[in-house]
Design a protein around this ligand. Sequence first.
Ligand SMILES: [Zn+2]
Length: 403
Amino acid sequence: MLSLKPLNSPASTCPSCHKHNPGFGDFQFLGQHIIGLGNCMHCAVFYYHNWPVGHGEQFPIAFTINGTAEFANQSALWLAHPLINMVKSQLSSSMKINRNVQRNINKGLLINCLDPCFGHIIWKLFTAARYKTLDPESGLVVLIPKQCSWMVPQHVAEIWEVEVPLSKLHVKLDGLHDFISQCPLNSLELVPQPTHPDHQNLPLKDFFKTEGFSLDSFTSRKPQITFIWREDRFWLRTKLEQWMWSFATKYNLNWFKPWFLLRQRHAIKKVVDLVKRTLPDAQFAVAGLGKAGNMKGVQDLRYLEMNTERELEWCALYAKSHFVVGIHGSSMLIPTALSAGFIELLPPYKIPFMTEDILMRHDSRFQLFLGRHLNLFCGPAMVAQHIVDAFQSFAYLKSNTEA
Ligand SMILES: [Zn+2]
């Protein structure tokens, strides 16, 4: 197993001569990445490479300061280029770190959850479920942004909370390497962190502290539909709107934003009106980051800032929701882990990633019936039709499936 203490560093391939090198004796714990650095034993060029942990296991990256770089095209935009730019430009951010000891241990197994993407943090944290039983001397150590530490399971021995915005987690965190190097544990190993493990048998309550919706109560509860709100990605209704949003983002034209927010509120209200024609006792809520505009007639649990209490309030809302409705990438992991079903609006460019922000896990036909991906441009009428039809058909599906 890779280890920071004592050092057991990974082998790498030189980006210049493409020959194999054993682990370098020097490394830097930057934050999201751990990088090895040293001279190639074949061609003497000095290069950097990411350690194969988390996404680094699937996407090796090796590069020199003067331009030679080897990485998979698939990882270019979101992993390789940000890492290479960070090292070349020496981008860094200040942070504060707290060491919370839940249980005294000598040997630490480190799970590094630092990542600028909220969804990636959750997937990485799921590694903890694999290490519930360890010898008394050993324990899990979770390195995680402070705003996400409420999800850390109880069996974790130490939580190292980093106080830094997620938006800063793509750069080097000043002081983190020294903190890790000076940790008083006798050993600190790095456990493998698959980035998309099979979630079907994960103990999700350990992470989200809430029991999910029971399908046995689907027909006896008042219909509850919850919309997931974001103000940095929108329910765009046409290809023209998508083009306008891309244009506005590219050229930083913020004056477009209120119009997109208005259109998004109108789309949600239209779904509410249409569903209520058939299901008059249906209840609606909206949860998410941002507070733009009035959501009259809908329970409004949108906030500008989050804390643990609000996270748990949202979890309770998802767990009583028959459906959560959101755009792909709108932090849909927790909502879909706890609700009975979901409707996810999928932009065409997100089709290859359609499973990555979904955690729903029903048996047999229920998984297909309750988990619905619709084209982003489908419009409120189609979303409302799916919701109404699901409520009207569920009892028949259940009795037919379980007969
Ligand atoms: Zn070489």
